[in-house]
Design a binder for this molecule. Structure first.
Ligand SMILES: [Zn+2]
Length: 258
């Protein structure tokens, strides 16, 4: 994957969000709006959590307003906000697999990124319910409404991408294939397609070149007289810097990550 490198005096990095978008595009067989809604409701995607209680049932089991009345004991399973996807995992609807987790400090990413596979094993649906206390402030709620019904989530492997080093922000979710899709193969494909740990520097005049790894700015000489520290780079112009080779005249060094 050819990725544009941002080159400036204090910067040598690639746009993390762009890399995640590209990976999701390459894996997308279809969009996944129903599961995306569930992720928002469970707080997985961060920031959008509406104040609704979430219930889940098999795809063939309808959930009516009466089924989620306050103090109903034999209603559908309730999903705890704090549990997020783990609640659905405990109920046997899906499993969660980490595909990639990379920080900006150990790579050329401008912020961290994570990719997660969600393997849905059997079809289910959810409803979001808002409870209100109109007459009494204690005891069971006296009013309630089903406010969201995202629809059936079908078996398959879905891939969720997020960016951020400390707080993660949702980038997207795609349907990537049937439930038997091998997540190890996905991990391998992501590593092959989106290497963010290697940076190659090449001069357009003398052909000198250097490699750096794991976010480091120290470039080791391959075909050059000496190693090259990006902190010492001079005459930045666009995405290139002046070639540090002593005999090179007017050469410009460009950078490729991946
Ligand atoms: Zn040169």
């Amino acid at each position: 994957m050819e990725v544009q490198v941002r080159v400036a005096r204090n910067r040598l990095s690639v746009d993390t969000q762009w890399t995640i978008t590209r990976i999701l595009d390459s894996l997308r067989l279809a969009d996944a709006p129903a599961l995306a809604s569930v992720l928002r409701l469970t707080g997985r995607s961060g920031g959008h959590n509406i104040d609704a209680s979430l219930y889940v049932a098999d795809a063939l089991t309808k959930i009516d307003r009466e089924d989620v009345a306050p103090e109903t004991v034999d209603g559908p399973a309730h999903l705890d906000d704090a549990d997020g996807l783990r609640g659905l995992e405990k109920l046997g609807y899906l499993t969660v697999h980490d595909l990639a987790y990379e920080t900006s400090s150990a790579s050329y990413l401008d912020e961290g990124r994570s990719l997660t596979a969600i393997r849905v094993l059997r079809p289910f649906h959810t409803v979001g319910v808002v409870y209100r206390w109109r007459r009494a402030l204690i005891g069971p709620a006296d009013e309630w409404d089903i406010v969201t019904q995202p629809g059936v989530i079908w078996p398959g492997v879905y891939v969720h991408g997020a960016v951020g080093d400390y707080r993660s922000r949702d980038v997207g979710l795609v349907y990537a294939g049937p439930p038997e899709l091998d997540t190890d193969a996905l991990i391998y494909a992501i590593r092959e397609d989106s290497d963010v740990f290697t940076c190659h520097a090449v001069c357009d005049r003398c052909g000198a070149d250097w490699y750096a790894h794991d976010g480091s700015w120290i470039f080791r000489a391959i075909r050059a007289h000496a190693d090259f520290d990006y902190s010492d780079a001079r005459r930045h112009d666009g995405t290139t810097v002046m070639c540090p080779e002593p005999l090179c005249v007017a050469g410009r060094v460009g950078f490729v990550v991946g």
